[in-house]
Design a protein around this ligand. Structure first.
Ligand SMILES: [Zn+2]
Length: 422
């Protein structure tokens, strides 16, 4: 069981950061009285918006001037709002927060200086955004490639760079690795023989995408759940479960401001136990999931298991007279079909064209008229069950994945309607 974070973390936040000092005072929170999970829940949530607004007020006051911040590691991520979120770390805290993740990588014989291939959308150099196609870090041991607009032509160019680089491991979003796997498949090319391990992160990993990547690359794959604000949150064990890194984060699952029951889905709230310069306490990370404490996972790890119910997906479905619906719904639908029909959907993409028209594009493993008909039937039945039966749905079967040229992310949903109402 993970108990709530040690009191020193709260005392440190109160004593050292203007934001928390002000927050605790405003809400009459006496840190010394926080001795239970119930009292811990009195602390108001931290949100992405607060991180953006409060900026340096969230930092230890020793780092209030720019010069002192130069010694810190700055991690940036662009939230769904498109605004950049900056997180600061002391070097030693960052190492501590990643220690358990490195333990896992070591199991696959991956060490910090082993050649890593990763992907970026932009790179920050002295607070300026640069968008190089290729960037080298860690004295030439870390090659980062731009993941935007990964067309066949660009992948072909990158492929020769990667071959010359000889990565031992890849850390990337599932959708990016999937694009490369399709490139190998289509061109009947051998995969990189230097490759030993793939770590997937940053997006929800569906069973079908995982199976396809595994089939092509034939190296161990591990799924990692993390964020720039806390580094690692959970990592996959040999049995395929995401165990929470309890030495690095404390997780709560909340439902309408109330703690969720054991195994009940709710909003994921994290507190980081290792970042001292920028305390992250009760942070709404923006994902949904459930926490299972009593699991008896046969890998032997007794840390709670987290099951994600949403990925890092910002797009919603908009229906007149209804609250926005998470497009993650389409993941549920396709996974349901895949579980019962031998992972027949390889890839999918849904577009909301306007207030009532939707286009569903599907790539099937075995593209026969019978299977097309069956999948469409099942998809329609699920749509009706989800209360979207009154919308107009058009199905198209394609040979290829539809990629989003703008974000480079796994875009299984595009909302064209949103652009006209926002
Ligand atoms: Zn396990």
């Amino acid at each position: 069981m993970n108990s709530f974070p040690p009191k020193e973390i709260l005392c440190h936040a109160f004593n050292k950061t203007p934001y928390y000092r002000e927050l605790f005072k405003r809400h009459n929170i006496d840190i010394n009285s926080i001795n239970s999970k119930e009292e811990y829940r009195k602390i108001p949530f931290l949100t992405k918006q607060i991180i953006q607004q409060e900026k340096h007020n969230l930092l230890e006051s020793d780092y209030s001037d720019e010069e002192s911040r130069k010694s810190l590691i700055i991690q940036r991520t662009s939230g769904s709002t498109g605004k950049i979120l900056k997180t600061y770390w002391k070097k030693n805290d960052s190492i501590r927060s990643l220690y358990y993740l490195w333990n896992i990588r070591r199991r696959y014989n991956i060490l910090p200086n082993d050649k890593l291939l990763s992907f970026h959308s932009a790179i920050y150099h002295k607070d300026k955004v640069i968008k190089p196609k290729l960037y080298m870090f860690n004295h030439g041991n870390h090659l980062s490639l731009c993941k935007m607009n990964l067309t066949d032509e660009i992948i072909t160019q990158f492929h020769s760079e990667i071959e010359a680089f000889q990565p031992k491991w890849i850390m990337a979003q599932p959708s990016t690795v999937y694009l490369f796997s399709q490139f190998f498949k289509k061109n009947k090319l051998p995969v990189y023989d230097s490759l030993r391990y793939i770590e997937l992160t940053g997006e929800y990993l569906s069973n079908s995408i995982r199976a396809e990547i595994s089939d092509i690359f034939k190296v161990p794959i591990s799924n990692q759940y993390g964020c720039m604000e806390a580094n690692s949150i959970a990592c996959e064990c040999s049995k395929g479960q995401l165990h929470v890194m309890t030495k690095n984060v404390y997780i709560e699952i909340m439902n309408n401001e109330m703690p969720a029951e054991e195994g009940e889905t709710g909003e994921i709230i994290i507190s980081c136990l290792t970042n001292s310069v920028m305390p992250i306490i009760r942070y709404k990370i923006g994902d949904k999931g459930k926490l299972i404490h009593q699991h008896g996972c046969s890998c032997g790890n007794t840390n709670p298991i987290i099951e994600l119910k949403t990925g890092r997906i910002g797009e919603n479905i908009y229906i007149k007279g209804k609250a926005p619906i998470s497009s993650f719904l389409f993941h549920y639908i396709t996974e349901n079909i895949n579980i019962n029909y031998n992972n027949c959907i390889l890839h999918f993409h849904v577009t909301q064209e306007n207030d009532k028209d939707f286009t569903v594009r599907l790539v099937l493993t075995d593209d026969t008229p019978q299977l097309r008909q069956k999948v469409e039937e099942l998809f329609r039945a699920e749509i009706i069950e989800q209360g979207l039966g009154s919308m107009k749905w058009i199905f198209m079967f394609c040979k290829d994945i539809v990629t989003n040229k703008i974000s480079g992310k796994l875009q299984f949903f595009t909302n064209k309607y949103k652009e006209t109402i926002e």
